[in-house]
Write a protein that binds this ligand. Structure first.
Ligand code: NAP
Ligand code: MG
Length: 505
Protein backbone atom coordinates (compact mmCIF):
# COMPACT_ATOMS: atom_id res chain seq x y z
CA UNK A 1 0.00 0.00 0.00
CA UNK A 2 1.38 3.40 -0.84
CA UNK A 3 2.33 5.56 2.08
CA UNK A 4 1.09 9.02 1.57
CA UNK A 5 2.39 12.40 0.99
CA UNK A 6 4.73 15.07 2.12
CA UNK A 7 2.76 18.20 2.62
CA UNK A 8 4.30 19.79 5.67
CA UNK A 9 7.73 19.90 7.13
CA UNK A 10 8.58 20.10 10.76
CA UNK A 11 12.05 21.27 11.62
CA UNK A 12 13.47 19.79 14.76
CA UNK A 13 17.10 20.71 15.35
CA UNK A 14 19.15 17.70 16.36
CA UNK A 15 21.93 17.98 18.85
CA UNK A 16 25.33 16.38 18.37
CA UNK A 17 25.09 16.04 14.60
CA UNK A 18 27.42 17.69 12.13
CA UNK A 19 25.74 19.82 9.47
CA UNK A 20 22.26 21.22 9.22
CA UNK A 21 19.39 19.48 11.01
CA UNK A 22 17.30 17.26 8.77
CA UNK A 23 13.63 18.27 8.72
CA UNK A 24 11.28 15.45 9.50
CA UNK A 25 8.74 14.80 6.76
CA UNK A 26 5.12 14.72 7.84
CA UNK A 27 2.71 12.88 5.61
CA UNK A 28 -0.85 13.65 4.70
CA UNK A 29 -2.90 12.18 1.89
CA UNK A 30 -1.79 14.05 -1.20
CA UNK A 31 0.18 11.91 -3.61
CA UNK A 32 -1.52 8.66 -4.03
CA UNK A 33 -0.70 6.82 -7.26
CA UNK A 34 -3.35 5.07 -9.27
CA UNK A 35 -2.78 1.30 -9.41
CA UNK A 36 -0.47 0.31 -12.28
CA UNK A 37 -0.54 -3.47 -12.38
CA UNK A 38 1.54 -5.36 -14.92
CA UNK A 39 -0.75 -7.16 -17.35
CA UNK A 40 1.54 -9.46 -19.40
CA UNK A 41 0.42 -13.09 -19.49
CA UNK A 42 2.82 -15.32 -17.51
CA UNK A 43 1.60 -18.35 -19.51
CA UNK A 44 1.45 -20.67 -16.52
CA UNK A 45 0.47 -24.31 -16.81
CA UNK A 46 -1.89 -25.87 -14.28
CA UNK A 47 0.64 -28.65 -13.67
CA UNK A 48 4.42 -28.82 -13.96
CA UNK A 49 6.25 -32.12 -14.33
CA UNK A 50 9.94 -32.86 -13.86
CA UNK A 51 12.31 -32.00 -16.71
CA UNK A 52 14.42 -35.10 -17.34
CA UNK A 53 16.22 -36.12 -20.52
CA UNK A 54 14.73 -33.18 -22.43
CA UNK A 55 11.12 -34.12 -21.68
CA UNK A 56 8.57 -33.13 -19.08
CA UNK A 57 8.17 -36.34 -17.10
CA UNK A 58 5.65 -37.29 -14.40
CA UNK A 59 7.24 -38.16 -11.05
CA UNK A 60 7.50 -41.93 -10.54
CA UNK A 61 5.54 -41.89 -7.27
CA UNK A 62 2.89 -39.60 -8.78
CA UNK A 63 3.19 -36.97 -6.02
CA UNK A 64 2.66 -33.23 -6.57
CA UNK A 65 2.70 -30.19 -4.30
CA UNK A 66 1.07 -26.76 -4.55
CA UNK A 67 3.03 -23.68 -5.45
CA UNK A 68 1.41 -20.40 -4.41
CA UNK A 69 1.55 -16.66 -4.93
CA UNK A 70 2.86 -15.31 -1.59
CA UNK A 71 1.15 -11.95 -2.21
CA UNK A 72 -2.32 -13.51 -2.32
CA UNK A 73 -1.80 -17.00 -0.86
CA UNK A 74 -3.57 -18.36 -3.95
CA UNK A 75 -2.43 -21.53 -5.63
CA UNK A 76 -0.67 -21.08 -8.97
CA UNK A 77 0.03 -24.65 -10.07
CA UNK A 78 0.72 -28.25 -9.10
CA UNK A 79 4.41 -29.08 -9.16
CA UNK A 80 5.97 -32.55 -9.28
CA UNK A 81 7.63 -33.86 -6.14
CA UNK A 82 10.78 -35.73 -7.17
CA UNK A 83 11.79 -38.79 -5.16
CA UNK A 84 14.99 -40.81 -5.16
CA UNK A 85 13.98 -42.76 -8.30
CA UNK A 86 13.42 -39.50 -10.21
CA UNK A 87 16.76 -38.11 -9.07
CA UNK A 88 18.40 -41.36 -10.23
CA UNK A 89 16.73 -40.99 -13.63
CA UNK A 90 17.85 -37.37 -13.88
CA UNK A 91 21.48 -38.31 -13.17
CA UNK A 92 21.34 -41.16 -15.70
CA UNK A 93 20.11 -38.71 -18.33
CA UNK A 94 22.84 -36.21 -17.41
CA UNK A 95 25.59 -38.83 -17.58
CA UNK A 96 24.35 -40.06 -20.95
CA UNK A 97 24.29 -36.51 -22.34
CA UNK A 98 27.78 -35.85 -21.03
CA UNK A 99 29.19 -39.07 -22.51
CA UNK A 100 27.47 -38.89 -25.87
CA UNK A 101 26.90 -35.22 -26.82
CA UNK A 102 27.66 -32.25 -24.62
CA UNK A 103 30.95 -33.35 -23.12
CA UNK A 104 32.37 -34.06 -26.60
CA UNK A 105 30.95 -31.06 -28.41
CA UNK A 106 33.41 -28.31 -29.37
CA UNK A 107 32.97 -25.17 -27.25
CA UNK A 108 32.05 -23.09 -30.31
CA UNK A 109 29.03 -25.36 -30.84
CA UNK A 110 27.97 -25.21 -27.19
CA UNK A 111 28.16 -21.43 -27.43
CA UNK A 112 25.43 -21.39 -30.07
CA UNK A 113 22.98 -23.08 -27.70
CA UNK A 114 23.80 -20.69 -24.88
CA UNK A 115 23.31 -17.67 -27.16
CA UNK A 116 20.00 -19.12 -28.26
CA UNK A 117 18.86 -19.58 -24.65
CA UNK A 118 19.84 -15.99 -23.84
CA UNK A 119 18.00 -14.60 -26.85
CA UNK A 120 14.85 -16.63 -26.21
CA UNK A 121 14.86 -15.46 -22.62
CA UNK A 122 15.06 -11.87 -23.84
CA UNK A 123 12.19 -12.52 -26.26
CA UNK A 124 10.03 -13.82 -23.42
CA UNK A 125 11.36 -11.42 -20.79
CA UNK A 126 8.05 -9.84 -19.76
CA UNK A 127 6.36 -13.23 -19.42
CA UNK A 128 9.22 -14.50 -17.24
CA UNK A 129 9.22 -11.36 -15.10
CA UNK A 130 5.52 -11.75 -14.35
CA UNK A 131 5.93 -15.45 -13.54
CA UNK A 132 8.86 -14.65 -11.22
CA UNK A 133 6.90 -11.98 -9.39
CA UNK A 134 3.77 -14.14 -9.06
CA UNK A 135 5.67 -17.08 -7.61
CA UNK A 136 8.30 -15.27 -5.53
CA UNK A 137 6.59 -12.07 -4.36
CA UNK A 138 9.26 -9.60 -5.51
CA UNK A 139 8.17 -6.31 -7.11
CA UNK A 140 7.65 -6.49 -10.86
CA UNK A 141 10.06 -3.60 -11.40
CA UNK A 142 12.83 -5.79 -9.94
CA UNK A 143 12.05 -8.99 -11.81
CA UNK A 144 11.57 -6.96 -15.00
CA UNK A 145 14.61 -4.67 -14.67
CA UNK A 146 17.03 -6.87 -12.74
CA UNK A 147 16.35 -10.61 -12.43
CA UNK A 148 15.41 -11.46 -16.00
CA UNK A 149 17.91 -9.18 -17.83
CA UNK A 150 20.72 -10.35 -15.51
CA UNK A 151 19.82 -13.99 -16.09
CA UNK A 152 19.99 -13.42 -19.85
CA UNK A 153 23.27 -11.54 -19.39
CA UNK A 154 24.78 -14.57 -17.63
CA UNK A 155 23.91 -16.82 -20.56
CA UNK A 156 25.30 -14.25 -23.04
CA UNK A 157 28.50 -13.80 -21.03
CA UNK A 158 29.18 -17.51 -20.70
CA UNK A 159 28.27 -18.15 -24.34
CA UNK A 160 31.11 -15.75 -25.07
CA UNK A 161 33.53 -17.89 -23.06
CA UNK A 162 32.52 -21.26 -24.51
CA UNK A 163 34.80 -20.99 -27.57
CA UNK A 164 37.62 -19.30 -25.64
CA UNK A 165 38.12 -21.78 -22.83
CA UNK A 166 41.82 -22.12 -23.65
CA UNK A 167 42.21 -18.58 -22.27
CA UNK A 168 40.62 -19.39 -18.91
CA UNK A 169 43.88 -20.89 -17.62
CA UNK A 170 46.60 -20.12 -20.18
CA UNK A 171 49.28 -22.80 -20.43
CA UNK A 172 47.08 -25.48 -18.87
CA UNK A 173 44.81 -28.00 -20.54
CA UNK A 174 41.19 -27.41 -19.60
CA UNK A 175 38.30 -29.90 -19.66
CA UNK A 176 34.81 -30.20 -18.15
CA UNK A 177 34.37 -32.04 -14.86
CA UNK A 178 31.44 -34.22 -15.93
CA UNK A 179 28.03 -34.33 -14.28
CA UNK A 180 27.30 -31.80 -11.54
CA UNK A 181 24.48 -31.49 -8.98
CA UNK A 182 23.13 -28.08 -8.00
CA UNK A 183 20.63 -26.78 -5.43
CA UNK A 184 19.40 -23.16 -5.29
CA UNK A 185 17.30 -20.92 -3.00
CA UNK A 186 14.11 -18.92 -3.51
CA UNK A 187 15.34 -15.35 -3.38
CA UNK A 188 16.44 -15.06 -7.05
CA UNK A 189 14.96 -18.22 -8.56
CA UNK A 190 15.76 -17.55 -12.22
CA UNK A 191 18.96 -15.61 -11.65
CA UNK A 192 20.45 -18.25 -9.32
CA UNK A 193 19.55 -20.83 -11.96
CA UNK A 194 21.45 -18.82 -14.57
CA UNK A 195 24.43 -18.33 -12.23
CA UNK A 196 24.62 -22.09 -11.75
CA UNK A 197 23.80 -23.34 -15.24
CA UNK A 198 25.58 -20.91 -17.57
CA UNK A 199 29.19 -21.51 -16.38
CA UNK A 200 28.64 -25.26 -15.92
CA UNK A 201 27.25 -25.63 -19.45
CA UNK A 202 29.79 -23.33 -21.09
CA UNK A 203 32.56 -25.54 -19.67
CA UNK A 204 30.84 -28.66 -21.07
CA UNK A 205 29.32 -30.15 -17.92
CA UNK A 206 25.81 -31.63 -17.64
CA UNK A 207 23.56 -30.79 -14.74
CA UNK A 208 20.88 -31.98 -12.35
CA UNK A 209 19.44 -28.97 -10.52
CA UNK A 210 16.81 -28.48 -7.83
CA UNK A 211 15.03 -25.13 -7.47
CA UNK A 212 13.61 -24.08 -4.09
CA UNK A 213 10.33 -25.61 -3.03
CA UNK A 214 8.51 -22.26 -2.98
CA UNK A 215 9.77 -20.94 -6.35
CA UNK A 216 9.93 -23.67 -8.99
CA UNK A 217 8.01 -21.99 -11.82
CA UNK A 218 10.60 -19.96 -13.73
CA UNK A 219 13.00 -22.93 -13.65
CA UNK A 220 10.38 -25.05 -15.38
CA UNK A 221 9.63 -22.24 -17.81
CA UNK A 222 13.33 -22.10 -18.61
CA UNK A 223 13.09 -25.82 -19.40
CA UNK A 224 10.58 -24.83 -22.13
CA UNK A 225 13.27 -22.51 -23.51
CA UNK A 226 15.81 -25.33 -23.47
CA UNK A 227 13.39 -27.33 -25.62
CA UNK A 228 12.83 -24.33 -27.91
CA UNK A 229 16.60 -23.90 -28.23
CA UNK A 230 17.05 -27.57 -29.14
CA UNK A 231 19.44 -28.16 -26.24
CA UNK A 232 20.43 -31.86 -26.42
CA UNK A 233 18.34 -34.02 -24.05
CA UNK A 234 19.83 -34.55 -20.59
CA UNK A 235 22.22 -31.58 -20.61
CA UNK A 236 20.01 -29.89 -18.00
CA UNK A 237 17.64 -31.86 -15.78
CA UNK A 238 15.35 -30.11 -13.32
CA UNK A 239 13.96 -31.95 -10.32
CA UNK A 240 11.51 -30.09 -8.08
CA UNK A 241 10.72 -30.81 -4.46
CA UNK A 242 11.63 -29.83 -0.91
CA UNK A 243 14.73 -30.34 1.22
CA UNK A 244 14.71 -34.12 0.85
CA UNK A 245 14.92 -33.87 -2.92
CA UNK A 246 17.81 -31.43 -2.43
CA UNK A 247 19.58 -33.87 -0.14
CA UNK A 248 19.13 -36.63 -2.75
CA UNK A 249 20.65 -34.37 -5.44
CA UNK A 250 23.65 -33.50 -3.28
CA UNK A 251 24.33 -36.97 -1.87
CA UNK A 252 23.97 -38.90 -5.15
CA UNK A 253 27.06 -40.91 -6.18
CA UNK A 254 27.02 -39.71 -9.83
CA UNK A 255 28.00 -36.01 -9.66
CA UNK A 256 31.71 -35.23 -9.49
CA UNK A 257 30.89 -31.79 -8.16
CA UNK A 258 28.04 -30.24 -6.22
CA UNK A 259 27.22 -26.55 -6.03
CA UNK A 260 24.88 -25.18 -3.40
CA UNK A 261 23.42 -21.75 -2.76
CA UNK A 262 21.37 -21.37 0.38
CA UNK A 263 21.65 -21.01 4.12
CA UNK A 264 24.84 -21.67 6.06
CA UNK A 265 22.88 -24.13 8.18
CA UNK A 266 21.92 -26.37 5.23
CA UNK A 267 25.34 -25.84 3.63
CA UNK A 268 26.95 -27.34 6.74
CA UNK A 269 24.57 -30.32 6.63
CA UNK A 270 25.57 -30.96 3.02
CA UNK A 271 29.29 -30.60 3.74
CA UNK A 272 28.99 -33.06 6.62
CA UNK A 273 27.15 -35.56 4.43
CA UNK A 274 29.86 -35.31 1.73
CA UNK A 275 32.87 -35.38 4.05
CA UNK A 276 35.20 -38.21 3.02
CA UNK A 277 34.07 -38.26 -0.62
CA UNK A 278 36.22 -36.76 -3.37
CA UNK A 279 33.41 -34.56 -4.72
CA UNK A 280 34.29 -30.97 -5.51
CA UNK A 281 32.08 -28.38 -3.83
CA UNK A 282 31.03 -24.77 -4.15
CA UNK A 283 29.07 -23.22 -1.29
CA UNK A 284 27.36 -19.83 -1.60
CA UNK A 285 25.88 -19.27 1.85
CA UNK A 286 24.47 -16.58 4.11
CA UNK A 287 25.64 -13.05 4.85
CA UNK A 288 25.43 -10.16 7.30
CA UNK A 289 26.96 -7.34 5.31
CA UNK A 290 27.95 -3.98 6.75
CA UNK A 291 27.39 -0.74 4.92
CA UNK A 292 29.81 1.83 6.37
CA UNK A 293 29.05 5.55 6.09
CA UNK A 294 31.83 8.03 6.92
CA UNK A 295 31.19 11.66 7.76
CA UNK A 296 32.64 12.85 4.45
CA UNK A 297 30.26 10.70 2.37
CA UNK A 298 27.60 12.25 0.12
CA UNK A 299 24.85 11.47 2.60
CA UNK A 300 21.81 11.49 0.33
CA UNK A 301 23.51 9.16 -2.10
CA UNK A 302 24.62 6.93 0.78
CA UNK A 303 21.12 6.80 2.25
CA UNK A 304 19.73 5.82 -1.16
CA UNK A 305 22.35 3.08 -1.43
CA UNK A 306 21.65 1.79 2.07
CA UNK A 307 17.90 1.72 1.35
CA UNK A 308 18.53 -0.18 -1.86
CA UNK A 309 20.98 -2.46 -0.06
CA UNK A 310 18.50 -3.68 2.52
CA UNK A 311 15.01 -3.15 1.10
CA UNK A 312 15.73 -4.43 -2.43
CA UNK A 313 13.77 -7.69 -2.85
CA UNK A 314 12.39 -7.30 0.74
CA UNK A 315 15.89 -7.95 2.09
CA UNK A 316 15.80 -11.48 0.62
CA UNK A 317 19.36 -10.97 -0.54
CA UNK A 318 22.38 -12.91 0.72
CA UNK A 319 24.62 -9.86 0.26
CA UNK A 320 22.02 -7.41 1.67
CA UNK A 321 23.53 -4.51 3.63
CA UNK A 322 21.68 -5.60 6.75
CA UNK A 323 23.98 -3.76 9.16
CA UNK A 324 24.64 -0.04 8.85
CA UNK A 325 27.73 1.36 10.55
CA UNK A 326 27.54 5.16 10.73
CA UNK A 327 30.29 7.57 11.71
CA UNK A 328 29.13 9.25 14.93
CA UNK A 329 29.36 12.88 13.72
CA UNK A 330 26.68 12.22 11.09
CA UNK A 331 24.71 9.48 12.84
CA UNK A 332 21.68 11.61 13.73
CA UNK A 333 21.45 13.13 10.28
CA UNK A 334 21.73 9.78 8.55
CA UNK A 335 19.04 8.29 10.79
CA UNK A 336 16.71 11.22 10.13
CA UNK A 337 17.26 10.94 6.38
CA UNK A 338 16.73 7.20 6.48
CA UNK A 339 13.45 7.58 8.32
CA UNK A 340 12.25 10.11 5.77
CA UNK A 341 13.18 7.80 2.92
CA UNK A 342 11.59 4.74 4.50
CA UNK A 343 8.36 6.64 5.09
CA UNK A 344 7.81 6.95 1.34
CA UNK A 345 8.58 3.35 0.41
CA UNK A 346 5.56 1.65 -1.10
CA UNK A 347 4.77 -1.78 0.29
CA UNK A 348 2.11 -3.89 -1.38
CA UNK A 349 1.03 -5.56 -4.60
CA UNK A 350 4.22 -6.88 -6.22
CA UNK A 351 2.56 -6.71 -9.63
CA UNK A 352 2.17 -2.94 -9.34
CA UNK A 353 4.94 -1.07 -11.15
CA UNK A 354 5.17 1.48 -8.33
CA UNK A 355 5.72 -1.03 -5.55
CA UNK A 356 9.07 -0.86 -3.76
CA UNK A 357 8.61 -3.78 -1.36
CA UNK A 358 6.56 -6.77 -2.42
CA UNK A 359 5.62 -9.92 -0.53
CA UNK A 360 7.81 -11.96 1.80
CA UNK A 361 8.42 -15.27 0.08
CA UNK A 362 6.63 -17.58 2.51
CA UNK A 363 4.75 -17.68 5.80
CA UNK A 364 7.72 -19.48 7.34
CA UNK A 365 10.08 -16.66 6.33
CA UNK A 366 7.59 -14.02 7.55
CA UNK A 367 7.49 -15.71 10.96
CA UNK A 368 11.28 -15.89 11.12
CA UNK A 369 11.57 -12.15 10.39
CA UNK A 370 8.90 -11.37 13.01
CA UNK A 371 10.69 -13.44 15.61
CA UNK A 372 14.03 -11.70 15.03
CA UNK A 373 12.41 -8.25 15.05
CA UNK A 374 10.75 -9.08 18.39
CA UNK A 375 14.16 -10.08 19.75
CA UNK A 376 15.53 -6.67 18.70
CA UNK A 377 12.81 -4.88 20.65
CA UNK A 378 13.26 -7.15 23.69
CA UNK A 379 17.02 -6.68 23.67
CA UNK A 380 16.56 -2.91 23.81
CA UNK A 381 17.15 -1.54 20.31
CA UNK A 382 14.92 1.32 19.14
CA UNK A 383 12.53 0.32 16.36
CA UNK A 384 11.14 2.53 13.60
CA UNK A 385 8.51 1.34 11.12
CA UNK A 386 6.56 3.66 8.81
CA UNK A 387 2.79 3.65 9.33
CA UNK A 388 2.01 2.15 5.89
CA UNK A 389 -1.04 -0.07 5.44
CA UNK A 390 -0.30 -3.68 4.56
CA UNK A 391 -2.55 -5.82 2.34
CA UNK A 392 -4.96 -8.00 4.32
CA UNK A 393 -3.93 -11.21 2.54
CA UNK A 394 -0.47 -12.46 1.69
CA UNK A 395 2.85 -12.26 3.52
CA UNK A 396 4.01 -8.68 4.05
CA UNK A 397 6.38 -6.94 6.44
CA UNK A 398 7.00 -3.22 6.99
CA UNK A 399 10.45 -1.85 6.25
CA UNK A 400 12.09 -1.69 9.66
CA UNK A 401 14.95 0.37 11.09
CA UNK A 402 16.63 -0.43 14.40
CA UNK A 403 18.87 2.21 15.96
CA UNK A 404 20.88 1.90 19.17
CA UNK A 405 21.92 -1.61 18.16
CA UNK A 406 24.91 -3.20 19.86
CA UNK A 407 27.10 -5.97 18.52
CA UNK A 408 25.69 -8.51 20.94
CA UNK A 409 22.09 -8.08 19.74
CA UNK A 410 20.77 -10.98 17.71
CA UNK A 411 19.66 -8.53 14.99
CA UNK A 412 23.33 -7.53 14.61
CA UNK A 413 24.60 -11.10 14.40
CA UNK A 414 22.00 -13.32 12.73
CA UNK A 415 20.92 -13.23 9.12
CA UNK A 416 17.33 -11.94 9.09
CA UNK A 417 16.77 -12.21 5.32
CA UNK A 418 14.04 -9.59 5.52
CA UNK A 419 13.57 -5.80 5.24
CA UNK A 420 15.24 -5.00 8.57
CA UNK A 421 18.23 -2.69 9.01
CA UNK A 422 20.33 -2.73 12.20
CA UNK A 423 22.15 0.56 12.77
CA UNK A 424 25.36 0.83 14.82
CA UNK A 425 27.81 3.71 15.14
CA UNK A 426 31.60 4.06 15.17
CA UNK A 427 34.21 6.75 15.86
CA UNK A 428 37.38 5.64 14.05
CA UNK A 429 38.26 3.79 10.88
CA UNK A 430 39.72 0.91 12.89
CA UNK A 431 36.56 0.60 14.95
CA UNK A 432 34.49 0.49 11.73
CA UNK A 433 36.64 -2.32 10.32
CA UNK A 434 36.56 -4.26 13.56
CA UNK A 435 32.79 -4.02 13.85
CA UNK A 436 32.20 -4.82 10.19
CA UNK A 437 34.39 -7.92 10.46
CA UNK A 438 32.83 -9.00 13.75
CA UNK A 439 30.54 -11.55 12.14
CA UNK A 440 30.67 -15.22 11.22
CA UNK A 441 29.88 -14.23 7.62
CA UNK A 442 31.91 -12.48 4.92
CA UNK A 443 29.96 -12.10 1.71
CA UNK A 444 29.84 -8.38 0.99
CA UNK A 445 30.37 -4.89 2.39
CA UNK A 446 29.80 -1.28 1.35
CA UNK A 447 31.92 1.82 1.99
CA UNK A 448 30.67 5.38 1.61
CA UNK A 449 33.36 8.05 1.73
CA UNK A 450 34.88 10.81 -0.35
CA UNK A 451 38.43 9.55 0.27
CA UNK A 452 39.92 7.12 -2.26
CA UNK A 453 42.72 6.15 0.12
CA UNK A 454 40.19 5.11 2.72
CA UNK A 455 38.31 3.00 0.18
CA UNK A 456 41.55 1.21 -0.74
CA UNK A 457 42.46 0.64 2.90
CA UNK A 458 39.03 -0.76 3.75
CA UNK A 459 38.88 -2.92 0.65
CA UNK A 460 41.90 -4.83 1.93
CA UNK A 461 40.89 -4.89 5.61
CA UNK A 462 37.24 -5.88 5.28
CA UNK A 463 36.87 -9.64 5.09
CA UNK A 464 34.18 -9.87 2.45
CA UNK A 465 34.03 -11.36 -1.03
CA UNK A 466 32.57 -8.24 -2.63
CA UNK A 467 33.16 -4.67 -1.48
CA UNK A 468 31.18 -1.89 -3.08
CA UNK A 469 32.41 1.70 -2.81
CA UNK A 470 29.90 4.55 -2.96
CA UNK A 471 27.35 2.15 -4.42
CA UNK A 472 25.72 -1.14 -3.43
CA UNK A 473 24.19 -4.27 -4.97
CA UNK A 474 25.85 -3.85 -8.35
CA UNK A 475 26.32 -7.04 -10.36
CA UNK A 476 28.00 -8.05 -13.56
CA UNK A 477 28.48 -11.55 -14.98
CA UNK A 478 32.18 -10.79 -15.46
CA UNK A 479 32.69 -10.07 -11.78
CA UNK A 480 33.23 -13.09 -9.51
CA UNK A 481 30.92 -13.35 -6.50
CA UNK A 482 31.37 -15.46 -3.37
CA UNK A 483 32.19 -15.48 0.30
CA UNK A 484 34.72 -15.69 3.08
CA UNK A 485 34.25 -17.55 6.37
CA UNK A 486 30.73 -18.95 6.89
CA UNK A 487 29.51 -17.29 3.70
CA UNK A 488 31.06 -20.19 1.81
CA UNK A 489 33.74 -20.84 -0.78
CA UNK A 490 34.09 -20.93 -4.54
CA UNK A 491 33.13 -18.13 -6.91
CA UNK A 492 30.36 -17.59 -9.43
CA UNK A 493 30.83 -15.28 -12.40
CA UNK A 494 33.92 -14.25 -14.30
CA UNK A 495 36.90 -16.41 -15.14
CA UNK A 496 37.05 -17.61 -11.53
CA UNK A 497 33.53 -18.99 -11.76
CA UNK A 498 34.46 -21.03 -14.83
CA UNK A 499 37.49 -22.49 -13.06
CA UNK A 500 35.14 -23.95 -10.45
CA UNK A 501 33.59 -26.11 -13.22
CA UNK A 502 36.85 -27.08 -14.95
CA UNK A 503 39.42 -29.82 -14.73
CA UNK A 504 42.93 -28.47 -15.28
CA UNK A 505 45.91 -30.60 -16.23
P1 NAP B 1 17.90 -23.04 2.45
O1 NAP B 1 16.82 -23.31 3.38
O2 NAP B 1 19.29 -23.43 2.81
O3 NAP B 1 17.50 -23.75 1.09
C1 NAP B 1 18.27 -23.65 -0.07
C2 NAP B 1 17.97 -24.83 -0.97
O4 NAP B 1 18.41 -26.03 -0.32
C3 NAP B 1 16.49 -25.02 -1.26
O5 NAP B 1 16.35 -25.50 -2.56
C4 NAP B 1 16.13 -26.08 -0.23
O6 NAP B 1 14.99 -26.79 -0.57
C5 NAP B 1 17.34 -26.95 -0.27
N1 NAP B 1 17.54 -27.81 0.90
C6 NAP B 1 16.94 -27.76 2.12
N2 NAP B 1 17.44 -28.72 2.93
C7 NAP B 1 18.36 -29.40 2.21
C8 NAP B 1 19.23 -30.50 2.49
N3 NAP B 1 19.26 -31.08 3.67
N4 NAP B 1 20.06 -30.92 1.51
C9 NAP B 1 20.08 -30.33 0.31
N5 NAP B 1 19.28 -29.29 -0.02
C10 NAP B 1 18.43 -28.82 0.93
O7 NAP B 1 18.00 -21.53 2.07
P2 NAP B 1 16.81 -20.61 1.62
O8 NAP B 1 16.05 -20.27 2.85
O9 NAP B 1 16.09 -21.18 0.47
O10 NAP B 1 17.59 -19.35 1.04
C11 NAP B 1 18.06 -18.35 1.85
C12 NAP B 1 19.54 -18.52 2.16
O11 NAP B 1 20.31 -18.58 0.97
C13 NAP B 1 20.09 -17.35 2.93
O12 NAP B 1 20.89 -17.81 3.99
C14 NAP B 1 20.94 -16.62 1.90
O13 NAP B 1 21.96 -15.85 2.44
C15 NAP B 1 21.44 -17.72 1.07
N6 NAP B 1 21.85 -17.25 -0.25
C16 NAP B 1 23.19 -17.16 -0.54
C17 NAP B 1 23.61 -16.69 -1.78
C18 NAP B 1 25.08 -16.58 -2.09
O14 NAP B 1 25.39 -16.40 -3.26
N7 NAP B 1 25.97 -16.70 -1.13
C19 NAP B 1 22.67 -16.32 -2.73
C20 NAP B 1 21.32 -16.43 -2.41
C21 NAP B 1 20.93 -16.90 -1.16
P3 NAP B 1 13.56 -26.24 -0.07
O15 NAP B 1 13.32 -24.96 -0.77
O16 NAP B 1 12.62 -27.25 -0.53
O17 NAP B 1 13.62 -26.11 1.40
MG1 MG C 1 13.16 -25.37 3.02
Amino acid sequence: MPPTTQDKRKTAPRAGSRGRAVPELIFGDLWEYDPAPETADPKLKARYDLFIGGEFTAPKAGAYFDTINPATEQKLADVALAGQADVDAAYRAAQRAFDTTWGRMPGRERAKYLYRVARLLQDRAREFAVAETLNGGKPIKESRDFDVPMAAAHFFYHAGWADKLDYVAPGRKIAPLGVVGQVIPWNFPLLMLAWKLAPALAMGNCVVIKPAETTPITALKLAEIFQQAGLPPGVVNIVTGAGETGAAVMAHPTPVKVAFTGSTEVGKVIMRSLAGTDKKMTMELGGKAANIIFDDAPLDQAVEGVVNGIFFNQGHVCCAGSRLLVHEPVADRVLAKLKNRVRVLRVGDPMDKNTDLGAINSRQQLEKIGELVDSGVKEGAEIFQPPCRLPAKGFFFRPTLFSGVTQSHRIAREEIFGPVLSILTFRTVDEAVEKANNTAYGLSAGVWTDKGSRILKLSTELKAGVIWANTFNKFDPASPFGGYKESGFGREGGRQGLLDYAKLT
